[in-house]
Ligand binder design. Sequence first.
Ligand SMILES: [Zn+2]
Length: 148
Amino acid sequence: MKRKESVNSAGSFLLRIMEQARISTRYKDVADKVIAEHEDLHWLDTASVSIGFLASDKSKKSKGREVLGECIKVRDLYRAYIPHEFIVVIYEPNVSYLTDEQLEILIYHELLHVGVDDTTGEPRLQIVPHDIEDFRKVIDRYGIDWSR
Ligand SMILES: [Zn+2]
């Protein structure tokens, strides 16, 4: 944890910086490779969807489990400051054990979250939710398509 000291007229405060992230050209390079290798992602290039990549130093957890990465849609309001439509964050302390191939799969996963909502007749970029929620035991025993 890092601290930044800040003083104002009311006295001294300690502001804790809980997470620091930097722009990652490495993950951008991996993403370019992944997009080239996956036909279902080629539209990202065709439509010039702008995606930024961050490496975070946070060991993020959610519901007791480590989060490896995350894909966030940048709110329209923030676009003046953030020159991307989406940000992919990789939580580096949680991915140190991944092989290069596993990292590519993780980035493929994150890029699959980028989608288009065209149900209103006016296509808009959106976050695509996961389509699988199940128990590992069920998938191990019955396969991922057990309900079809
Ligand atoms: Zn996901």
